[in-house]
Design a protein around this ligand. Structure first.
Ligand SMILES: CC[C@H](C(=O)O)C(=O)SCCNC(=O)CCNC(=O)[C@H](O)C(C)(C)COP(=O)(O)OP(=O)(O)OC[C@H]1O[C@@H](n2cnc3c(N)ncnc32)[C@H](O)[C@@H]1OP(=O)(O)O
Ligand SMILES: [Co+2]
Length: 134
């Protein structure tokens, strides 16, 4: 794991949260991107070496909708940058972590992503992110 790539925060209203986090961080978001496959609209802020990812649900049956209905707004996941996601997934599976998706999938911000189930990481949803190299 190279570094924390981003912290994911589930929000009810992305526009309002963008304004609030813009004030908090003293800078605007640098992109808004829908990930249809995840039923989310994301917004990214650069914070030094890492990022903040705000997540609004775009699918009432999606993971963010379910999370918000159960927990309300708040921290959703921690994403780590990895150099070789397939190799890391294999290593983590061998270490006993539970992969939610067996194959990397397309995420936001030009990444391949995979998720580890929170039950295998002390209640924290973990995301692995590899930059998609052209
Ligand atoms: C990929 C685009 C973007 C990016 O960065 O590029 C994103 O980050 S998209 C983020 C949204 N997508 C995901 O979160 C995909 C992975 N998540 C899932 O597959 C599900 O949310 C899952 C499996 C974690 C939970 O789904 P499930 O249907 O099982 O929901 P439950 O409410 O029944 O949860 C079971 C159990 O897990 C606990 N839980 C759920 N979500 C979280 C969470 N974010 N952090 C910590 N714990 C979580 C939940 O409380 C339940 O615990 P229990 O003790 O059994 O009540
Ligand atoms: Co994420």
């Amino acid at each position: 794991m190279e570094k924390i790539e981003h912290i994911g925060i589930a929000v009810n209203d992305l526009e309002a949260a963008n304004e609030r986090f813009g004030k908090l961080l003293g800078q605007p978001h640098y992109k808004i991107e829908d990930v249809l496959s995840e039923g989310v609209r994301t917004s990214f802020f650069k914070t030094g070496e890492s990022k903040i990812e705000l997540l609004e649900s775009t699918d009432t049956n999606g993971p963010i909708a379910k999370f918000l209905s159960k927990n309300g707004e708040g921290m959703h996941h921690i994403a780590f940058a990895v150099d070789d996601i397939e190799k890391e997934m294999k290593r983590l599976k061998a270490e006993g972590f539970v992969l939610i998706n067996e194959k990397p999938k397309k995420g936001a911000d030009n990444k391949l992503v995979a998720f580890l189930h929170p039950k295998s990481s002390n209640g924290v949803l973990i995301e692995l992110c590899q930059e998609i190299r052209e």
